[in-house]
Ligand binder design. Structure first.
Ligand code: GRF
Length: 187
């Protein structure tokens, strides 16, 4: 499958997908990375892996829909079949969903439907739950609410900080994101 990846930050999930492809765990090709922050480290990772990277800076677009129109156009130019949001920190609009119906996958750092939104790990820590994790799901207009494709659970330990819990969750993200794409691409 031809993948298009959207990322905003460090890009460790991008890296995990690229590595799964390299080691033949995932039969796919990353056709393009789209990122929205000029200094996002994910762009460096793409450069290191010789993967085309396109900066679409959300600050250049007054309307969210205009950014998504530019994203959809870029993805179509690269013949992308499945869109993977790997730490994409922008709200997706109907424009992108219409362009790739049931073809946009997201990774979220909690066991949805618990702890939706951008502070999922902090919320899990503050809530006193003993188990949390991560979820790969299809993107719908309602944030973090599409069809769940795969999940993995991790314990929250008494001495956990945001940092220690985040790294435990991310280790699982790096496993289930490539695995979920591998299964989903067969649809
Ligand atoms: C991941 O933890 C993901 O769950 C959340 O954003 C983070 C992105 O991390 N949506 P990275 O940029 O892939 O390292």
């Amino acid at each position: 499958a031809k993948l298009g990846i959207l990322a905003s930050g460090d890009g460790s999930n991008f890296e995990a997908v690229a590595q799964a492809i390299q080691t033949r765990q995932l039969n796919a090709k990353i056709e393009v990375l789209i990122y929205n922050n000029p200094d996002a480290y994910v762009a460096k990772r793409a450069e290191n892996s010789n993967i085309p990277a396109v900066l679409l800076n959300h600050r250049d677009y007054t309307q969210r829909e205009d950014l998504d129109t530019a994203i959809a156009k870029t993805l179509q130019q690269y013949n992308v079949e499945i869109v993977v949001m790997a730490g994409w920190m922008r709200i997706v609009t109907q424009v992108l969903i219409d362009a790739f119906p049931d073809k946009i996958i997201n990774i979220h750092p909690s066991l949805l439907p618990s702890f939706k939104g951008s502070r999922a790990i902090e919320q899990a820590l503050a809530s006193g739950v003993k188990i949390t994790g991560c979820t790969v799901h299809l993107v719908s207009l309602e944030v973090d609410s599409g069809k769940i494709l795969m999940q993995s659970a991790v314990p929250i330990l008494p001495e956990d900080t945001l940092k220690t819990l985040h790294s435990r969750i991310q280790a699982e993200e790096h496993k289930i994101l490539p695995a979920a794409i591998a299964i989903y691409r067969l649809h």
